[in-house]
Design a protein around this ligand. Structure first.
Ligand code: NAD
Length: 503
């Protein structure tokens, strides 16, 4: 498999290097109008991947106009045709899943074992929302005595989608599939650190029969292309995934044009393990939910809250497992942890190794860089004996970095869990059903898993509270964002009408 992945990369890379990563506007691949580009390097080995279109407001304007021009025809396309195009996009993704996974892995450093699944999940997102196209416009009936009231949902218009660099392919499909099913057209601004699969995905969508202008991709930096997208008057809403401080900027930038915003932001999520839990399963899940996807995962449990009576044994097992994690080239199927997305982020994660020691926590495993590796690697890290106010307990490190905090009572567990500004997910481990339910109600987060890792169910709402975001994705919740609800009221007879100025 490793050989096969390297072969796929060897065949694909020269083509990407030669063509560069371009914008796609109105179905046409093109450079930024300024002709400017920026270089995209792989975090795996520092090698050049491609020049990327360095777009600005002029390119965003062209894409926004293309998406506005395409809007009505796409919104009004009979549902069967829309659905079939979305099925065809899913089929294209599946047919190219190996290539997508390899490109994503090389561009982001994410281990191939997870990227294969992420590509297939991208296809699943399109299939799921293709099936929902038929219901997207459905509303409610709210009859009154003299009137029949009913609602319909209508696509809000062209929307902007701004995505981060962690699992960018999957997250892009997650946003764009419901937007298309709603009847919206899209301008997508991918993260500058992981541009490759965004253009490829948009090309596949056109190959699958998507009309021109429905889906446009504009590459560039957040402060120029991203900002221009959030400010453009033709763009009616911004679906954003990224850091909390960027989300706040997006709200400000979008305020003059009254943008609807959906923000999926950072997290500092707890895994709360009680002594009465199935401790082996809790251990597997906590390790998976921190060290999979390089720990660059918004829903990862970055804090392990563990009941004091089992702390010693549990942490001893945790130490052994974290020491055993396989760090390596992400194209190798045996690799469990690849390099961080880039040098700046690598330095950030490394700095928390020092911060943890300064905070007074106990370094149990890792910290620092693995020896002899060229890319942006960090050692999987584990800190114990931490307290809730330490920076390693409060801030989002976004790497393979876990902080362990002991607790004695259920009340204390809730207090520690809720002591952060974030509120995306919580994982609760106990065999006491009532306690599990109480905890689920008391933790401040948008999502809770009891006795489970994050298992995504597409109709279920996904999103955070506090600094982790505003709004929900998934099934009907996505339609609430990408569509407007219109109430239509029909008189059932000659009900009284107040008469003014009567003779
Ligand atoms: P980021 O906020 O730095 O960048 C995300 C995107 O925003 C990029 O495309 C960037 O170019 C763009 N951007 C930056 N400044 C902008 C501006 N002023 N206007 C418009 N766009 C702008 O985030 P990142 O570092 O790429 O991603 C990591 C973050 O994403 C983490 O905090 C992680 O928790 C979060 N995330 C959250 C979820 C979730 O569902 N809650 C999912 C994945 C990632």
């Amino acid at each position: 498999m490793y050989k096969k992945n390297k072969k796929i990369l060897k065949a694909a890379l020269p083509k990407i290097q030669a063509a560069g990563v371009q914008n796609i506007i109105n179905g046409i691949s093109l450079d930024a109008q300024s002709g400017e580009t920026f270089k995209n390097m792989s975090p795996v080995d520092g090698e050049f991947i491609s020049n990327v279109a360095k777009s600005d407001a002029a390119d965003i304007d062209a894409a926004a106009k293309a998406s506005a021009a395409a809007f009505k025809a796409w919104r009004d396309l009979p549902y069967k045709e829309k659905r079939d195009i979305m099925y065809a996009i899913a089929a294209e993704i599946e047919a190219n899943a190996d290539l997508i996974a390899v490109l994503e892995s090389y561009d982001t450093g994410q281990p191939i074992r997870f990227m294969k699944k992420a590509a297939i999940r991208g296809a699943a997102n399109f299939r799921y929302f293709a099936d929902k196209v038929i219901d997207a416009r459905n509303g409610l009936s709210t009859p009154d005595t003299n009137h029949l009231n009913f609602t319909v949902r209508q696509a809000i218009g062209p929307v902007g989608v701004i995505t981060p660099w962690n699992t960018p392919f999957m997250l892009t499909t997650w946003k764009i599939a419901p937007a298309l099913a709603s009847g919206c057209t899209v301008v997508h601004k991918p993260a500058e650190l992981s541009p490759v699969t965004a253009t490829f995905l948009c090309q596949l969508a056109h190959k699958a029969g998507l009309p021109k202008g429905v889906w446009n991709v504009v590459h560039g930096f957040g402060h120029s292309a991203g900002k221009a997208l959030t400010e453009h008057p033709a763009i009616k809403a911004i679906a954003f995934i990224g850091e909390t401080k960027t989300g706040s900027m997006i709200m400000q930038q979008g305020a003059p044009t009254l943008k609807r915003v959906h923000l999926e932001l950072g997290g500092q999520n707890p895994s709360i393990v009680f002594a009465d839990a199935d401790l082996d399963r809790a251990l597997d899940s906590t390790i998976f939910m921190k060290y999979s996807l390089n720990g660059e995962r918004c829903t990862s449990n970055s804090r392990l809250l563990i009941e004091k009576s089992v702390y010693k044994d549990f942490v001893a097992k945790l130490v052994a497992r974290v020491k055993n994690l396989k760090v390596g080239n992400p194209l190798d199927p045996a690799t469990e942890i690849g390099p961080m997305i880039g040098k700046v982020h690598q330095e950030k994660v490394l700095s928390y190794g020092k911060i943890g020691v300064e905070d007074g926590a106990t370094l149990l495993v890792g910290s620092g860089k693995p020896k002899g590796k060229k890319g942006c690697y960090v050692n999987p890290t584990l800190f114990g004996d931490a307290t809730k106010n330490m920076r390693i307990s409060q801030e989002e490190v976004f790497g393979p970095f876990l902080t362990v905090i002991p607790f004695e009572t259920e009340e204390e567990a809730v207090e520690i869990a809720n002591s952060v500004n974030y509120g995306l997910t919580a994982y609760i481990w106990t065999k006491d059903s009532a306690k599990g339910h109480r905890m689920a109600l008391n933790v401040e987060s948008g999502m809770v898993w009891i006795n489970s890792q994050n298992v995504r169910h597409l109709p279920a709402p996904f999103g955070g509270v506090k600094n982790s975001g505003i709004g929900r994705d998934g099934g009907e919740y996505s339609f609430e964002f990408y569509m407007e609800t219109k109430n239509i009221s029909v008189a059932l007879g000659d009900h009284p009408i107040p008469v003014l100025g009567g003779m």
